[in-house]
Design a protein around this ligand. Structure first.
Ligand code: SF4
Ligand code: SF4
Length: 595
């Protein structure tokens, strides 16, 4: 069936260099001497190691447990012994180390018990969970956990499921060979995605320089009686970018600030569909992937490689020329030279290119920008690379953001056409990393400030709570003593020093004997003061009880000190006593008048 195709803006046509590695079928790479398996191989949380040095593991055994929903588990790629769980160099331009599980293979390549399932008997959430547990991630390079993309939106209907078999980057042919040789399993995997997302259409996009892959996929679709459309799209770099392929197949432009699902489209790579099928229908977690080995080698080819295989060991299989001086991971447009040739193959490794100066001659020195605009013409995201370049160079990172530097997908089209040989993408990567670093610093500072303020608040609250507790305890104690004294007095057993505490309660102190909670609520609460106030209140209570108990006939029997106290109490009672009836009546009258 013919369908209308759309164009995306810009794009370039670099030499494809693909035929070198497509003459031979995929070969299994032999077991390496050791496997260094990084725990963090997907976007999201870093899996927690669940093995330690000395443990025996089987192929497919869990070694890193997913940390949160956006995270994917990691498994032992073969059977053997865990040598260590330690930091090792990563295949990343930064060259930074990350936590890895190092396994010495035992040569048996013995699998765990694998549970094959008919996914149609499972609930959708069970399928998603199994994919997460099997470590299925986007193998097109983004390594986003696949299960996280398989929940249909509640607000936007799923219109199209786009399956990416474009593989537009030069040299890389792993998806091409996968589709040629394992098309049926790829299509079955797409069937799982379709059943979970329920799109109206499934479109499989393949660049028109892969006729064998397109034919194999069509045959599989027909054999499995699936209503999927296999569409050959024009070969134009970067047609394999998700947004570009969506544009070509559906005509929809995904705005920079939005996701394709906001427009009712979801996109997966063909290799991701394949691993999803293996995970569900065969119970095999992701322990290997297909990697193209090409460039400055005698025998370019695609290999099925265990995750964790050191890159130099893999490269040897293709017999590199002696002048090979490095390895590019990925293609020449978006890839990078790995910092160390022994770094491991990871789930994101689709291609290794043996580097030498003949294949990739050193670029002549960078020249000044002549503002020719060629870079802007080829940018698939309609950016203005020369403006971003100026501001990145001047370290005016705020301005680079105004020119939407974060919409740049680092496709390299602008650098490819620049007549001044300016490595534009490197400037953009530098600017982005600086912005991220500053953002991290800012967040760290804000976090520290928030923590300090929280600590202060907590200290104040604890102090106030402690004081309140003390005050309550003191008041309770005082009340108890007063009650005991009152009971004793009522029984005619007056204490030897009935009013000593009352004497200590000076008028000034008594004036403080207001409810301590009032002060606390006003934020002026002093625990020492509160305790003192409670003591004073208690003394007053005791005195009150004693006064009530002392009959005038007994006053003469008191000591001089006690008699003075009684006189003082009487004087206070006179002050605090309610007014005589006539005074009260007068006050009531004046009050009514005021109303
Ligand atoms: S292509 Fe190069 S020289 Fe031309 S405007 Fe862009 S950065 Fe400047
Ligand atoms: S690298 Fe960025 S700025 Fe350059 S063409 Fe690609 S998307 Fe545009």
């Amino acid at each position: 069936m013919l369908m209308n195709l759309f164009k995306f803006k810009g794009g370039v046509k670099p030499p494809t260099n693909k035929t070198q590695s497509t003459t031979l079928p995929i070969a299994p790479a032999p077991l390496p001497s050791r496997l260094v398996v990084p725990l963090h191989q997907s976007i999201g949380g870093m899996p927690r190691p669940v093995v330690q040095a000395g443990d025996k593991v089987l192929k497919g055994q869990l070694i890193g447990e997913a940390d949160g929903w956006i995270s994917a588990a990691v498994h032992a790629p073969t059977s053997g012994t865990v040598l260590e769980v330690a930091m090792h160099a990563q295949p990343h331009p930064s060259g930074l180390d990350a936590l890895c599980v190092v396994i010495e293979p035992d040569g048996k390549d013995e699998w765990i018990a694998r549970e094959a399932l008919d996914y149609k008997t499972l609930k959708p959430e069970e399928v998603r969970e199994r994919l997460q547990q099997a470590g299925v991630v986007g193998l097109g390079g983004a390594v986003f956990p696949t299960h996280g993309k398989l929940t249909a939106s509640k607000t936007v209907a799923m219109e199209e499921l786009v399956v990416n078999g474009a593989e537009c980057e030069p040299f890389i042919t792993c998806d091409d060979l996968l589709m040629r040789e394992r098309a049926e399993e790829v299509v079955r995997g797409i069937g799982i995605f379709r059943d979970l997302l329920q799109p109206k259409k499934v479109l499989i996009g393949i660049e028109d320089n892969k006729p064998e892959a397109a034919a194999a996929m069509r045959a599989a679709v027909t054999a499995l009686n699936e209503p999927f459309l296999v569409v050959q799209v024009p070969t134009l770099y970067p047609a394999g970018g998700a947004k570009q392929l969506i544009r070509v197949l559906t005509g929809k432009e995904v705005p920079a600030a939005k996701r394709s699902t906001d427009l009712g489209v979801q996109c997966f790579n063909v290799a991701t569909a394949y691993t999803a099928w293996r995970a569900i229908a065969h119970g095999e977690p992701v322990v290997s992937r297909i990697v193209t080995v090409s460039g400055n080698v005698h025998h370019p080819r695609n290999y099925e490689v265990l995750i964790g295989t050191p890159m130099d060991e893999l490269l040897k299989l293709a017999q590199p020329h002696p002048d090979t001086d490095g390895i590019i991971m990925g293609g020449p447009m978006m890839g990078f030279l790995v910092p160390d040739m022994q770094v491991p193959v990871v789930k994101a490794t689709n291609c290794l290119i043996a580097h030498d100066d003949r294949l990739f001659p050193p670029k002549p020195p960078e020249m000044p920008c002549i503002r020719c605009g060629a870079c802007a013409e080829v940018c698939p995201h309609e950016l203005q690379p020369f403006e971003m370049y100026w501001f990145a160079r001047a370290k005016n990172f705020g301005k680079t953001q105004e020119y939407h530097i974060f919409d740049c997908i680092e496709c390299g089209c602008c650098s490819f056409v620049c007549p001044s040989r300016i490595p534009l993408v490197q400037y953009f990567r530098f600017a982005k990393s600086e912005i991220w670093a500053r953002e991290r610093e800012k967040n760290a500072a804000e976090g520290a400030k928030a923590r300090f303020e929280f600590k202060q608040l907590r200290d104040e609250r604890e102090k106030a709570e402690k004081a309140e507790k003390l005050a309550r305890a003191a008041a309770a104690q005082a009340a108890k003593k007063a009650a005991e004294a009152a009971a004793a007095a009522a029984a005619g057993d007056a204490p030897a020093e009935p009013a000593a505490a009352t004497v200590a309660a000076t008028p000034a102190e008594n004036s403080q004997a207001v409810a301590p909670q009032g002060d606390f609520l006003r934020g002026a609460f002093d625990p020492e003061k509160a305790a003192k106030m409670a003591t004073i209140q208690a003394a007053m209570e005791r005195a009150k009880a004693q006064r009530a108990a002392i009959q005038p006939k007994n006053v003469e029997s008191l000591s001089a000190e006690q008699q003075r106290t009684v006189a003082e109490i009487e004087a206070r009672r006179a002050v605090l006593a309610p007014p005589p009836p006539e005074t009260a009546a007068a006050a009531g009258e004046s009050s009514q008048k005021a109303e």
